[in-house]
Structures are given as C-alpha cells and as structure tokens.
Design a protein around this ligand. Sequence first.
Ligand code: 5GP
Length: 190
Amino acid sequence: MKRGLLIILSGPSGVGKGTVRKIFFEKEELNLAFSISMTTRKPRNGEIDGKDYYFVSQERFKEAIENDEMLEYAEFVGNYYGTLMAEVDRLRDLGKNVLLEIEVQGARQVIDKVPDSLSIFLVPPSMEELKRRIEGRQTESQDVIQERLDKARKEMELMNHYRYVICNENPQLAADSVALIIKRNIETTL
Ligand code: 5GP
C-alpha cells in the first residue's frame, strides 16, 4: 500500500486554521486523518481528551521528549504542544494522508525533518482582521490576546519556508484552495 502524505497546516494563532481544516477535512477523496496533538494546556469548555488533544501533565510531556517520542514540539504562550511520531507513522502506514494543524516553530521542525511534507501556511487578510478574530474568540484574557498578537507578527515572517501560502479571507474559499492543493499532490505522487 502507498504510504500517506504528511501535510502541515500552519499560520499565526487566530488565523482560522481550525475553521478551514473542518471544512476541507470532510472531503472523502482526500483520505485525511487528523493527528491528535499532545498538550500541557488545560482543556477549554467542550474540549475532549483524546479527540481535540491528549491533555497531559508537564511531567508526561517532558518524558515524551526525553524518550524521543515527538516528531516536533514547541512551547506556545506558556504551554507545550507536540506531535507524537508513533501516531503519524501509524496513520501514514495505513495509507492515510495525515494532517498536522500546528504552530510555526513545530512546523519548521517538520519541514526540516520531512522534506517531502506538504507545507501550507495560512495568512490573515490583514493584522487588524487577525486582532478582531482573536478578540472575538473571547476565551483568552487581554494579556494573552496581546501576547498572541505580538507572536503572530513574528510568525508571519516565516511564511517563505512553506510550499504554499493561502490567504484566509473567506474560510470556504481557503478550504477549497487547500483541498485542491492536496488533491493535486496526491495525484502527482501516485
Ligand atoms: P490552542 O491553544 O489555540 O489550541 O493552540 C495554540 C497553537 O498551538 C495553535 O496555533 C495550534 O495550531 C498549535 N498546536 C496545536 N497542536 C500542536 C502541535 O502538536 N504542535 C505544535 N507545534 N503546535 C500545535
């Protein structure tokens, strides 16, 4: 069986990665599987352990790093987030195209480690719009919002490391573009 692609969807916090992902993820012909990340962040209302994330302690996360279990990991606004290598390998070996929806430091590690990965960077139409989106989420305090915005400005500078850059002005259109890119890449690697 043909091994699945490794797809990285990244971009600054608040750009709408999750919203875009939910739209294109449903397309069956893309044969996608979502890699569930591990994090030390506390669950938000409605988030489920083992579905949205594996919510773990700092100790467990450090142990996973020491045991070389992580394909990538990063510290983001005071918490650790990372991708388990075993999870990705298992799904790719099943022929699934595995999607990583991750922040930019981790994405950089995967781009370096897996040169044939399909990396896609989402950008907001403007920084004003990004601010509006982060504030609209109303899950974070003012300090954290400011921290995420400052970080986003720096994160935007990394976009030239990616194979594709897509503007998320409209989530449906952005999702259609991502889907087309994935489809074309599946066809060319057949
Ligand atoms: P949130 O706290 O909003 O769920 O996630 C914060 C940031 O961490 C988002 O940009 C999200 O895409 C990113 N993230 C989620 N999982 C991972 C992961 O496994 N690795 C890395 N590097 N970033 C992740």
